[in-house]
Each structure stands twice: as structure tokens, then as C-alpha cells.
Write a protein that binds this ligand. Structure first.
Ligand code: TRP
Length: 331
């Protein structure tokens, strides 16, 4: 059976939150049944922004454990750590020599990150999308599930594949983005998208009491000052979570009752907390179990790298030979 190949990557940021789950991981699990999937914990991407060497191993471990805890199965897909397969970075160098500087400088994410942290504009941050292209092309992936913030990087990947093919003969497929159908998950501050950096997130493995406390103190519709004021679910982040975690008729009931002050925020939050607790408990249990048996995680990562290596080596061999580079040129 010849399945299409998928590659996607996640940065080891330490804590996987609901936004990561609905934005990516949930779909990764679904896709594992239809495609030949490679999923990478991309640690070389993580060092383009400030990081601590001390905590890096734990971040990578936690992220790998998260992939397993949400249901990715090492029998059905490959899970690897990017730096375990050095061919990624070697191909990234080659691709960076095909990448026009102007196009790299125009990347929205590069511009945003440069603005956010002007002290840390390094060459790696600029080259980030070329490394991402290498992650994908090293496996000659056909499809890349991403959020819409990564579509521009995918366009670059296709440009680089095309450019390589034109210059050195057809080799790479032009990988297509698979846009993840994602409900917009607002942060607990009710102001921005859920993100670890903004610290407005709910971890996918949140302890019961922390989960409850985070929900009960979350911002709702700020115009609703008193219990008897009507609220507006359209701008309420708690309601956006109900949309995901509650059954249809309950969502409709809350929508209706909130607008007429029939239900208060406290009760509304209690209902959400109940559903959220039920839904994340199995993930949390599995995640904890993996921390008690770290070898299980390490074995899966080792096995993943072992299966990825021959594919990556074959690609790199072929690429280098087409460039007229590499030891074989002398023999
Ligand atoms: N840049 C992606 C993100 O921030 C992570 C990533 C790295 C990735 N390499 C990739 C995603 C390759 C898809 C394919 O989310």
C-alpha cells in the first residue's frame, strides 16, 4: 500500500495547551490512520529564540510524552526528535543557498519575532523557514498539516522544491498544506489567542485543582459586571470553550440564558469545568504514567529516529549527488 507521506513538527515549548491540541495534535492523531506520518519535536527550531540548555531535555521529553499521551501510536506513525536526524540541518544549509534573502526577510513570522525581541534577531531566526522546508523535504512529504500562521512557510517550501527541481532535475514533490480545521481558542485573559508565552493557557495535562482555579478566575464578558447583567457569549472565552467541550443543546441553552442573565458566569464555568475535567483526565493520567516510565518515551524516540534515518540519508545522498557534492564524487 502506497500512502502519501505527511510531515509536521511541534516546538518543544514545555507545556502543551488546549490550543496546541485543537490546533494540531488532535488532527495528527486522525491523520496517522490514512497517511504515512512523521512527526517531529523540532528542537533546532526552538533554539532560534532564547532558551535554557538546562531545561531543554525536559522540554523535549515532555513534548514527546505529550504526543504519546494524546494518542499517537508508534506502531502507526514515526515520532522523532529533529536533532536525532542530523540530515535535517544539512539539507537546511543546502536549501538556504536557494532561498532568496528578500523573501526570507519578508516572512511575517520573522518580522513579528524580530519586532517582539529586537535584541535577538539572529541568522537562525531568519533561516527558520529553510529548516522547516528541510524537515518536510528530507522525507519527500506530500502533505503538511499546519495552522494558517505557517502557510507562508509552506509556500516557501514549495518554491524551494520547485527551484531545486528546475535546477537539478525533478526530485521533490511540492508539498501541500493541509489546513487544520481549528476552533479559535481564546486565552483565559479573553484578549488573545491561547499561548504559553502570554501565560493565558490551560495545559492539556492540567491538575484538577489548577484546572478548576484557572477556569473560575478566567475573564468572561467584561461588560457583564453583575450577576443580573446580560452577557454576550460571542466575546466570551469560556463560551468558546463550551463550543468545543459541551453538547449542542447545552451550548444553545448557555447562549440563550447568558444573554438574558438566566445563567451566571459561576454556574456556566462549573459546567465547563466538569466537561473539561472528564475530557483531559485520560491524557493527564497517561502523561503522568509516561513520566514514571521515561524509558517508554525514550524508546519511542529512538525507534522513530532509527526509522527516519535511512529515508533522510537517501534523500540527502541524492541531493548532494545532484549538486556534485559529497565523498562519492572522488571515487
Ligand atoms: N514552524 C512550525 C510551528 O511553529 C513547527 C515546524 C517546524 C513545522 N518544522 C515543521 C511544522 C515542518 C510543519 C512542518 O508551528
Amino acid at each position: 500500500m502506497n500512502r502519501k507521506r505527511i510531515f509536521s513538527g511541534i516546538r518543544p515549548t514545555g507545556e502543551i495547551h488546549l490550543g496546541n491540541y485543537f490546533g494540531a495534535l488532535r488532527n495528527w492523531v486522525d491523520l496517522m490512520h490514512q497517511y504515512d506520518c512523521v512527526y517531529g519535536v523540532v528542537d533546532y527550531h526552538a533554539i532560534t529564540t532564547p532558551f535554557e540548555a538546562k531545561t531543554m531535555p525536559q522540554m523535549v521529553f515532555n513534548t514527546m510524552a505529550a504526543l504519546i499521551a494524546v494518542g499517537l501510536d508508534a506502531e502507526k506513525c514515526m515520532m522523532m526528535v529533529q536533532s536525532d536526524v542530523p540530515e535535517h540541518t544539512e539539507l537546511a544549509w543546502i536549501l538556504s543557498c536557494l532561498a532568496p534573502l528578500g523573501q526570507m526577510e519578508r516572512m511575517t513570522q520573522f518580522k513579528e519575532k524580530s519586532q517582539q525581541d529586537p535584541e535577538n534577531i539572529n541568522l537562525g531566526l531568519l533561516a527558520y523557514p529553510a529548516l522547516m522546508a528541510a524537515d518536510i523535504l528530507i522525507y519527500r512529504a506530500d502533505v503538511v498539516p499546519v495552522g494558517d500562521d505557517q502557510v507562508q512557510h509552506l509556500e516557501l517550501t514549495r518554491d524551494l522544491a520547485r527551484k531545486f527541481n528546475n535546477a537539478f532535475g525533478d526530485y521533490f514533490p511540492e508539498p501541500q498544506p493541509l489546513l487544520t480545521p481549528t476552533p479559535r481558542i481564546m486565552g483565559l485573559d479573553g484578549k488573545a489567542k491561547m499561548s504559553k508565552t502570554l501565560n493565558n493557557h490551560i495545559s492539556l495535562f492540567e491538575e484538577s485543582d489548577v484546572l478548576q482555579q484557572k477556569i473560575m478566575t478566567a475573564v468572561t464578558d467584561e461588560n457583564r459586571k453583575r450577576r443580573n447583567d446580560p452577557g454576550n457569549p460571542d466575546i466570551c472565552n469560556i463560551f468558546s470553550l463550551h463550543n468545543i467541550y459541551s453538547k449542542n443543546d447545552e451550548v444553545q441553552m448557555i447562549d440563550r440564558e447568558c444573554r438574558v442573565a438566566g445563567i451566571g458566569c459561576v454556574d456556566c464555568k462549573k459546567i465547563l469545568h466538569g466537561h473539561l475535567e472528564t475530557s483531559i483526565a485520560p491524557f493527564r493520567d497517561r502523561y503522568k504514567e509516561l513520566h514514571e516510565k521515561p524509558d517508554e518515551v525514550r524508546d519511542i524516540a529512538r525507534e522513530g529516529a532509527k526509522r527516519c534515518l535511512p529515508i533522510a540519508q537517501e534523500t540527502l545522498q541524492e541531493v548532494k549527488s545532484r549538486l556534485g557534492i559529497g565523498k562519492h564524487q572522488f571515487v
